[in-house]
Ligand binder design. Structure first.
Ligand code: DX5
Ligand code: ZN
Length: 217
């Protein structure tokens, strides 16, 4: 499958989100990655469901919401109602409730994503592979854009690719987030990633079309 690029609006101009979304849309992006941070699960605060609701009105692109919050269970319905298409939460946030949260997201006919931080092994989420639509592998510590890609995390892509094979999940989205540029993108897609999040690489580029197409590969 063609690599799906999901530009992270964390690096966009928050005063001109509609404009920036149109720019990446024209450049060929199919998803928009929205980083939700609560200042507790991660040491930073960004945006919440009201912003997703406003973005829903200005784009038909898939809204790919990445929850970096301590209590995702409490907020799933808010993000569903705001128009999110994919809701990804962190395994580390409420690990005992992982199945419940996946079930809740699916009950609203939305795609469920499960993410792991750099220190969490892939074996921790093997049992969820049959139930999720996407696994998001973090290649930086979640919390901030513009960090350096952690090469030590890339073997996790192969692990998840292997799980997808074992559990017959050819349709699984394997997404990588953090430090993606044209060089790190190639490493990830070669190992089996089919969705790439990129913030600073895209939005700080002087040629957005070129930046997005360099990731589609
Ligand atoms: C980090 C976020 C990322 C971030 C990526 O916690 O999850 O989505 O925006 O930014 P870059 O692409 O600049 O590493
Ligand atoms: Zn993200």
């Amino acid at each position: 499958m063609e690599t799906i690029v999901s530009p992270s609006i964390l690096s966009a101009d928050f005063a001109n989100l509609e404009h920036d979304i149109k720019r990446v849309e024209q450049a060929g992006a199919r998803w928009i990655h929205i980083d939700v941070m609560d200042g507790h699960f991660v040491p930073n605060i960004t945006i919440g469901a009201p912003v997703v609701k406003s973005l829903r009105k200005v784009t038909d692109l898939t809204l790919d919401v990445h929850l970096m919050i301590s209590e995702p269970k409490k907020y799933i319905k808010d993000f569903v109602d705001s128009g999110a298409d994919i809701i990804t939460f962190h395994y580390e946030s409420q690990s005992d409730l992982t199945f419940d949260i996946i079930k809740e997201i699916k009950s609203y006919s939305k795609l469920a994503g499960l993410s792991i931080k750099p220190a969490t092994p892939t074996s921790a989420i093997e049992k969820f592979i049959s139930y999720v639509d996407m696994v998001l592998i973090m290649t930086v510590e979640p919390g901030f854009g513009g960090q350096k890609f952690m090469h030590e995390c890339v073997s996790k892509i192969s692990d998840i690719k292997e799980y997808a094979r074992i559990y017959g999940r050819d349709d699984l989205f394997i997404q990588v987030d953090g430090g993606i540029n044209d060089a790190t993108a190639k490493i990830c897609t070669k190992l089996g990633a089919n969705s790439l999040v990129a913030g600073s690489y895209i939005f700080s580029s002087s040629d957005i079309n070129l930046a997005v197409s360099s990731l589609i590969g």
